[in-house]
Design a binder for this molecule. Sequence first.
Ligand code: PEP
Length: 252
Amino acid sequence: MRQKIVAGNWKMNKTLEEASMLTAEVMRLLAAEAIHTAEVVLCTPFLYLTNIKAQVAGSGIQLAAQNCSEHEWGAYTGEISAAMVMSIGVPYVIVGHSERRQYFGETHKILAAKVDQALAHGLTPIFCCGEPLEIREAGTHEQLVKSQVVESLFHLSPEAIQKTVIAYEPVWAIGTGKTATSQQAQDMHAVIRAHLAAKYGQPAAEEISILYGGSVKADNAKELFACPDVDGGLVGGASLKSREFVEIVKAC
Ligand code: PEP
């Protein structure tokens, strides 16, 4: 059985006080309704991970960093290494979010190194892939997503790939309010899983969670999560509102 995961990517939002209030409210709502449908992961800014970790202790909620360095240690001012994330007991890290690819020039090669760093230090990478609008319109989205997955993940061993989570996030659906239809999501997830199966075998591919991201909301989550190859969601904007986020978790 693949793990169902709903991860809330807060991006660069919230003060510490606001982050703490949001966490408290998410915890209260999940507990009040005894929701245990999926692994709930909060991807907070680096700065708050330690505080929020203490706050969620014992609740079952997990945390993720939103990024990590491709380097092990050293003179990289402002960077955070995978070892540092692991050292504070945070188990997940997002790698290759489209905003990192677009604004920070993260290439396939850099992302492969980040995935290696994450896995070498015992973190589970949530590896993001997805096509921009012009590629979807040109009809070459499956080739592009295949190349993202192949170039940054297919050097991994069969053991390592099974410790990886993939998030398919069409760039045209991120923060735009435009969601992929459940058919579009299912089709791409099935394509990704088929590539994983071709490289690592069907049993391994069946064990890898593939999340959908791109304007997931309480009112479209149920339909998206009902797709056989959609194993949960990576949620941006809607994860900043406690009730909305908890409704998405419930839908999983
Ligand atoms: C994201 O940034 O990963 C994301 C899916 O954002 P949103 O839900 O706001 O589209």
